[in-house]
Design a protein around this ligand. Structure first.
Ligand SMILES: [Mn+2]
Length: 446
């Protein structure tokens, strides 16, 4: 007889048959055989695994919570994107977002929870220590209190001046027919020197690059120049609709007197103000690296290398002061040894972004594009092997955070992604594919 379970369940089953089915599905722990089924465990082993989380931009996101669930996400990474930088995140707004994550359209439970904040943004006032920055320190602490009360423990932020990330092409065609994001140093120099016309721009690139940028700019149509400016501006926090070249020039002007040393001091001052609160609340703050990890537009960058992280972790030496290890951002520098950074920053890594880039030119800065998760210049198998070792160390130490949250960071736009129009870098299928590949490597290594 064939055991058609779905068919069986449409009519009452004899008790003995039910018992046989239950025993087949859930044998007692320690039963013979290779597989042990443990109810509610995400994996059929007792070893820790990465926590597979998925970024969601809230109800406006064209990739839904239901999509995240089908992609295999175990938890959600989100933020209150509508709240102004520097303002308090209220318990009401946090609870509302938690309900949106936990509920499917129609009201059923999604089985997912808001597990990681990305980002609780640091205001430009705090980065520059101007205006109401002390009020913003206090607001940040209050937001941390509210997040802790809501049961959310991991809080990602970044300390990049003005731009959160920078690309010159948001839909660069790759060989398989899909698209990906690219940073072209020549196009960026053309934007900086000829579109933005930033004073001192030409002096910040070498002579060959300045010449190549002039040629590139001359060859661009008016529409292409506009697209380039919009692509670069897509990394400005908040709504790109309100963006203008004059606005960007004004923002850059606020950093006239701030070099890298001063910006690093401001970061350490910020952490000195908020980390004690985070530690008391049992929260884990984690700083995302600069993207890309080199200075742009004359702005200082202070979270681009292992030495940058080591300095900031030592300056405020608390488990609550940690790292968001983004292999995509850090991987755009050939001198960032990512498996080695996981070994050495180890216990302070609170959040992982796994993504790959292909560097198209040598040295730093460089031209690069976002590769598929297992391709590109970062050895992703070596990265995941280092993560597995770190999680085993934590488990052996009895740490409650042995399972590190990891999200597939970005994805190429493939198949239906090409017509859905999700956030740049955050398509449904490209990320699903990335997550599936990363999970496969992880499972094999365990
Ligand atoms: Mn990232």
């Amino acid at each position: 007889m064939s055991l058609g379970l779905a068919g069986c369940l449409t009519q009452p089953l004899p008790a003995i048959m039910l018992a046989v089915i239950v025993a087949l599905l859930f044998p007692p722990a320690g039963a013979a055989g290779h597989h042990r089924w443990v109810a509610a465990a995400p994996f059929p082993t007792a070893e820790p695994s990465m926590r597979h989380v998925w970024r969601w931009f809230g109800p406006v996101d064209k990739v839904t919570i239901a999509d995240a669930r089908q992609a295999g996400a175990q938890g959600i990474v989100t933020a209150l994107h509508h709240v102004a930088n520097g303002a308090v995140w209220t318990p009401v707004e946090i609870a509302k977002r938690q309900r949106e994550v936990a509920t499917l359209p129609g009201g059923a439970s999604s089985g997912l929870a808001w597990e990681v904040v990305e980002s609780l943004p640091v205001s430009e006032a705090v980065k520059t220590q101007t205006g109401v920055f002390r009020d913003h320190f206090a607001a940040y602490r209050t937001s941390l209190e509210h997040l802790a009360s809501a049961g959310i423990e991991v809080v990602c932020y970044n300390f990049m001046p003005v731009l959160d990330w920078t690309r010159t092409d948001l839909a660069w065609r790759v060989a398989h027919g899909g698209t990906t994001m690219r940073f072209d140093l020549v196009a960026f120099a053309a934007f900086d020197i000829h579109v933005l016309k930033r004073p001192g721009a030409a002096e910040s690139f070498d002579a060959a690059l300045v010449e190549a940028a002039a040629e590139r700019f001359a060859a661009l149509t008016e529409a292409e120049r506009d697209t380039l400016a919009r692509s670069v501006s897509a990394g400005l926090p908040g709504s790109a609709e309100h963006w203008s070249l004059d606005g960007l020039r004004t923002q850059l002007g606020l950093y006239g007197a701030i070099d890298a040393d001063r910006l690093r001091r401001n970061l350490v001052d910020f952490l000195s103000e908020v980390v004690p609160t985070a530690e008391r609340l049992g929260l884990r703050l984690c700083c995302h690296p600069d993207d890309p990890p080199f200075p742009l537009l004359g702005l200082p960058r202070v979270m681009s290398t292992e030495a940058d992280y080591a300095a900031v972790l030592a300056a405020v030496d608390s488990p609550a002061n940690g790292v968001t290890l983004c292999t995509g951002s850090l991987g755009a520098r050939p001198d960032n040894d990512l498996p080695g950074m996981i070994e050495r920053l180890g216990g302070r890594i609170h959040f992982l972004h796994l993504r790959n880039v292909t560097r198209e030119t040598t040295g730093t800065p460089c031209t690069f594009h976002e590769a598929e998760h297992l391709d590109g210049d970062t050895d992703m198998v070596a990265v995941i092997a280092a993560v597995v070792r770190e999680e085993k160390r934590r488990a052996a130490q009895g740490r409650e955070d042995a399972q590190i949250p990891m999200r597939p960071d970005h994805g190429q736009d493939i198949l239906d992604d090409l017509v859905r129009g999700a956030q740049p870098g955050y398509p449904a299928i490209g990320r699903l594919k990335g997550l599936a590949e990363l999970r496969g490597v992880e499972r094999a290594l365990r």
